[in-house]
Design a protein around this ligand. Structure first.
Ligand code: ADP
Ligand code: MG
Length: 262
């Protein structure tokens, strides 16, 4: 028997967990279950203001958001609604002007750049619309690159990069440079690079924006596998077909959360 319980999720401010509470079936009067979903990301009153000339641009304007561990979330919203700004803050690439951002119970909103970089390298993998691969490097070298900062030997770096490239289906393309690969293969290399540090969160800003439909579906299948393996996946898209792969859709407007689906 499958019972939808999403509407009964509520946040417990004290334990910082989202609770699914069910002890009794409403009609059958039988005990059901009680389950805790651990909160990974908890954001309150987040603001990011840019000063442009004499004007203040409120890219994030008092945004509240909670994302559980191992969730698969699509962020949608019109151009300029703050999606990329939010992704940069979520990924510890940028600090908010005000508000709190708890990542794994730690408020990271006001950390210095060094501390942010450390969290970023350990916890987060990024995938971009434009792949952002280094053109002179092979797929293997591109994927191995983030491991330099993690202090692995060259041999270990290449071994781990090869392993991740195999898992994204590129065992036979490791020595190819980006211009010797198709768009979908380039994005697979970028996904492998995001995974190589074994982060818990994958952030993808319009990852299928430069891909044709068939290739987009392949990349989305890959994100599905990544989520099924235990990662939290947050992706920005403006395509409803792509957002449908996620388990929850959060819509932004004017720097705030406009709605969030079950
Ligand atoms: P989206 O990704 O949803 O299209 P962005 O997060 O890129 O939106 O931008 C949100 C708003 O903040 C926009 O009005 C944009 O012009 C502004 N903005 C973004 N980055 C900067 C910046 N570095 N300096 C000034 N304004 C910015
Ligand atoms: Mg954007």
């Amino acid at each position: 028997m499958v019972i939808r319980v999403h509407s009964n999720i509520h946040r417990d401010r004290h334990s910082d967990a989202r609770k699914l509470e069910f002890t009794q079936h409403p009609e059958l009067n039988i005990p059901l279950y009680l389950c805790l979903v651990k909160t990974l990301i908890s954001i309150e009153g987040l603001r990011k203001t840019y000063h442009v000339g004499s004007q203040d641009v409120h890219a994030l304007d008092g945004l509240d958001l909670s994302i559980g561990q191992n969730e698969y979330v699509a962020l949608m919203g019109p151009s300029g609604s703050g999606k990329s700004t939010l992704m940069n803050v979520l990924g510890c690439l940028d600090s908010p002007t005000a508000g709190t951002y708890h990542l794994n119970q730690q408020n990271v909103a006001q950390l210095e750049e060094d501390a942010l970089a450390e969290i970023r390298n350990r916890e987060i993998g990024f995938v971009f619309q434009t792949f952002n691969l280094l053109p002179r490097y092979t797929a293997l070298e591109n994927v191995a690159l983030p491991l330099i900062y993690a202090g692995f030997s060259k041999e270990e770096r290449l071994e781990r990069a090869a392993e991740v490239l195999r898992t994204v289906g590129l065992a036979d393309r490791m020595e190819h440079k980006p211009n010797e690969l198709s768009g979908g293969q380039r994005q697979r290399v970028a996904v492998a690079r995001a995974l190589v540090n074994r982060p818990s969160i994958i952030l993808a800003d319009e990852p299928t924006g430069n891909l044709d439909t068939a290739t987009s579906l392949e990349i989305m299948a890959l994100f599905g596998e990544i989520q099924a393996a235990g990662n939290t996946v947050i992706l920005v898209t403006h395509e409803e077909d792509i957002a449908a792969f996620a388990h929850r859709v959060i819509r932004l407007r004017d720097g705030k959360v406009e709605s969030t689906s079950d």
